[in-house]
Design a binder for this molecule. Structure first.
Ligand SMILES: [Zn+2]
Ligand SMILES: [Zn+2]
Length: 292
């Protein structure tokens, strides 16, 4: 059985929220992934999906939660002021990034400093909020965490880099990697991502564009679906979940793309991530179940 490792997507959409009837299966909220272990929850990114996750926490019960940021682009942070526990004085919210703790605080404070919301700085929110610089090998919620630079926007030398993460259970039994947002170019950065994700039980990967769309969007920091599936295959990940769905993409479009990609890559196990579905990693297979 071993330690638990599961993910629940609260936001699968890239760039802008896109809730509509035709996106209700795969989801219309921006990036937010909850990681479930045997300990307190850990959340990767605070897109608008985190608002709905926050609704599940009752005020009366103190919450202890970790939030790890991949980068500071709007679609990965703009839900933070609407995360309910931030208004509960009993909440402990620990914010993590490989950036220096003070930089992380400054980057997020813009959401709270009176420019875009009626607050007086993130430090003055009711919850107990702390800022932490993540180091490779840190243990969070009982999971070993490591990170890597991804190919996104200006690339790994950007002053605001984008990080990919690996989470491993303490018994080493289960491994999860997250690479959103990432552009799978045939370069050294991508090779490092493949090495980092080698043999993961679950690899979550950016797949915003079709191959046709990608031709006019090279260098924008996101992957063509085909390249994402090839990365999952080349990393020899046991399963892949494609995310950061383009805001214009409907559930039907994703279903059609899935059938096409499956025919093209019959040996690779992958699917397009769906919101509010728990993907439970369980001994070389992934069990998913839809929850409320
Ligand atoms: Zn993004
Ligand atoms: Zn981004």
């Amino acid at each position: 059985m071993g330690s638990r490792l599961a993910v629940k997507f609260w936001g699968t959409r890239g760039i802008i929220p896109s809730p509509r009837r035709s996106t209700s299966v795969h989801g219309g909220n921006t990036s937010c992934i909850e990681i479930l272990s045997d300990r307190e929850p850990t959340i990767v990114d605070a897109g608008f999906g985190i608002c709905h996750l926050g609704e599940t926490y009752p005020e009366a019960k103190p919450i202890d939660v970790n939030i790890i940021f991949t980068h500071m682009h709007w679609d990965h942070i703009h839900g933070l002021p609407f995360f309910n526990p931030i208004y509960f004085p009993a909440s402990n919210i620990r914010l993590y990034s490989p950036l220096p703790a003070n930089t992380l605080k400054q980057e997020l404070d813009i959401l709270f400093n009176g420019s875009y919301s009626p607050f007086d700085g993130i430090e003055n929110m009711p919850a107990n909020i702390s800022f932490h610089q993540l180091n490779n090998g840190d243990v969070i919620a009982g999971l070993d965490v490591s990170f890597i630079n991804l190919q996104h926007a200006l690339g790994p030398n950007d002053k605001n880099p984008c990080y990919g993460y690996k989470f491993k259970t303490a018994d080493g039994d289960k491994t999860l990697t997250i690479a959103t947002d990432h552009e799978a170019l045939p370069n050294k950065v991508n090779q490092q991502v493949l090495d980092f994700a080698k043999g993961a039980d679950l690899m979550i990967h950016d797949a915003q564009y079709t191959l046709d769309e990608y031709q006019t969007k090279k260098g924008w920091g996101h992957s063509a679906m085909e390249h994402a599936v090839e990365n999952i295959s080349n990393a020899e990940a046991k399963l892949g979940l494609l995310t950061h769905h383009d805001p214009h993409r409907n559930d039907d479009d994703l279903q059609k793309m899935f059938i096409k990609l499956k025919a093209q890559y019959p040996g690779v196990s992958f699917e397009f991530a769906k919101e509010r579905v728990i993907y439970e990693i369980s001994h070389n297979n992934l069990q998913s179940k839809k929850t409320g």
